[in-house]
Design a protein around this ligand. Structure first.
Ligand code: ATP
Length: 513
């Protein structure tokens, strides 16, 4: 199946099974805003629980906070967002569509990379086992030609972005003949800066009202609470502060479902270290975060690091963890070494001393910061998309199954009486009452057993537990496994242990130590 078709199916499946709905749907929706349904909210909460426990429970020196969305507007001056949180936008006069100029150019660069990869794949097929990919990439004239063009374009692009040279960006688009994907024309407007922050007014009277922003990241809530947490928690460097919360960005181009939203949720952790030790901690956090992703078992080959060539002026190292989505490798998490930029600027703008006295060094300093920042919704999409399968069965039928990591599945087990009589529903309810305090379990009695199994497969329920007449005689049930579809007869007493082994968050977290 083409990746584009697959992605459409995934979006449709998310809606049909109560995971993700377009916001305000009965009013024809609101662009790039989505609601999570009855299954979606469970999956999302489980992702957050996994991150929160991994960060706070498993690290003695990391604590959490929950700061407000509204913050003093000067915070966004200090952080640089008022002046520099801009995207360069460009319109196509024929299609009336708006694009990010940098994204149009990045897509053009990616085309050269694709051409190179195609050459390499062709040669690999031709030469078989004797193929030396590294040598081919370094010497093949066609590959080198593409690479030279790519590097030239990249250098021009990097320079224009560095200087935020808007005319320069436009000239690149014209020189490389980049066309609008909708109209196919090069009828472009000028490139303009567009600030991504939403603003609103706080206060009741027009003249007394203050312009406030909806936070575009949760991180600043952590920075401005640095001293509060450090002092009240008697935290000693190195230590971290974690937070999960909503963030808002008025994205110019909202595409790809919940990948790029205008209201989304972030899980961020700022780790405060001694100046000079930040790159060591940056390397540690890269490793720790990748391990967290890989423990979910979605496939190690689906992850890669993308180290930033062009660093923000305040950063001295930055990387993205990219995940193979149906539309290619895309960023799900950023890890940044942000130096003392944020705390230093808040000290300057607030006029309050924000320093840490290090008892071991017997001196005060502004701590350096390593940030790990991951989008809940992008994480949701990566898990959801890679779990989706249309499986061909031996009997010729197809089943749609979500192979969600079991500890994250919305429903852990469905308990089903084979028939709706003879006391089987009561027995099923007894089992539910035994399990419901530890797990989200569901009672399901409608339709044939086969149909019920399919329904649970489609929402990713790891276990189906069927109660039949034999259950009344010997207290055993049939347990059916989502992925293998294998069934086994087990005693009801064994159910908690069976479930615990596969669906408990504890087992998942143990993989991280
Ligand atoms: P991009 O380059 O894709 O716009 P970014 O580099 O601006 O992302 P960060 O500012 O580093 O993103 O934010 C950290 C994380 O927050 C990202 O890795 C992503 O998972 C998430 N995120 C950022 N913007 C959005 C958005 N508009 N919708 C959903 N998630 C987002």
């Amino acid at each position: 199946m083409a990746q584009e078709d697959l992605f459409k199916k995934i979006v449709a499946h998310a809606k049909e099974y109560g995971f993700v709905f377009p916001s305000s749907e009965i009013y024809d929706g609101l662009s790039a805003v989505y609601d999570y349904g009855q299954n979606g909210v469970e999956l999302k909460n489980n992702i957050k629980r996994y991150w929160w426990a991994a960060m706070t429970q498993l690290h003695e020196n990391i604590v959490g906070i929950d700061s407000a969305i509204f913050m003093h507007p000067t915070i966004w001056k200090a952080s640089g967002h008022v002046d520099a949180f801009n995207d360069p936008l460009i319109d196509n006069r024929d299609s009336k569509k708006r694009y990010r100029a940098d994204v149009l150019i990045e897509d053009e660069i990616a085309k050269y990379d694709e051409k190179i990869d195609k050459e390499v794949a062709k040669a690999a097929k031709k030469f078989g086992d004797s193929f030396d990919e590294k040598l081919y990439r370094e010497t093949n004239p066609r590959v080198l030609e593409h690479k030279a063009k790519r590097d030239e374009l990249h250098a021009r692009f990097a320079e224009a972005m560095e200087k935020m040279d808007l005319e320069g960006l436009r000239q690149i688009i014209l020189d490389y003949g980049i066309v609008c994907p909708i109209s196919g024309t090069k009828n472009w407007t000028e490139v303009r800066q567009f600030n991504l922050m939403f603003s609103t007014e706080m206060g009741s009277t027009a003249d007394g009202a203050m312009k406030v922003y909806l936070r575009p990241e949760t991180a600043q809530g952590i920075f401005v609470n640095f001293l509060n947490v450090q002092k009240t928690g008697r935290m000693r460097i190195p230590f971290g502060i974690a937070q999960i919360g909503k963030a808002f960005r008025n994205e110019i181009v909202a595409r790809q479902f919940i990948f790029r939203m205008r209201e989304f949720e972030q899980m961020e952790m700022q780790f405060f270290v001694r100046p000079g030790e930040e790159l060591e901690w940056f390397a540690k956090w890269k490793e720790t975060r990748l391990k967290w992703h890989k423990a979910l078992g979605l496939g190690d080959a689906k992850y890669r690091f993308h180290d930033h060539e062009k660093l923000a002026h305040y950063a001295n190292a930055a990387t993205d963890i990219e995940f193979l989505m149906p539309f290619g490798f895309k960023e799900v998490e950023g890890i940044h070494s942000r130096t003392d930029f944020d705390l230093g600027n808040h000290e300057k703008f607030s006029g309050k001393k924000i320093q840490y006295f290090d008892p071991e060094l017997n001196k005060s300093y502004t701590p350096y910061v390593i940030e790990t920042s991951i989008g809940v919704d992008r994480m949701f999409l990566s898990i959801f998309a890679s779990s989706y399968e249309e499986e061909q069965l031996e009997n010729g039928e197809t089943r749609v199954v979500l192979h969600l990591p079991a500890p994250l599945a919305p429903v852990k087990a469905a308990v089903m009486p084979l028939v709706r009589k003879d006391g089987l529903p009561d027995k099923a309810r007894e089992i539910i009452n035994m399990l419901r305090f530890d797990y989200n379990v569901q009672y399901d009695e409608k339709d044939s057993i086969g149909k019920r199994y399919r329904r649970q497969d489609a929402v990713g329920t790891p276990f189906c537990i069927t109660v039949d007449h034999q259950t009344l005689e010997d207290n055993t049930v049939t347990v059916r496994h989502r992925d293998t579809m294998e069934q086994s007869r087990v005693a009801i007493d064994e159910l908690p242990a069976i479930l615990n082994k596969e669906v408990s968050m504890t087992e998942l977290l143990k993989k991280l130590l």
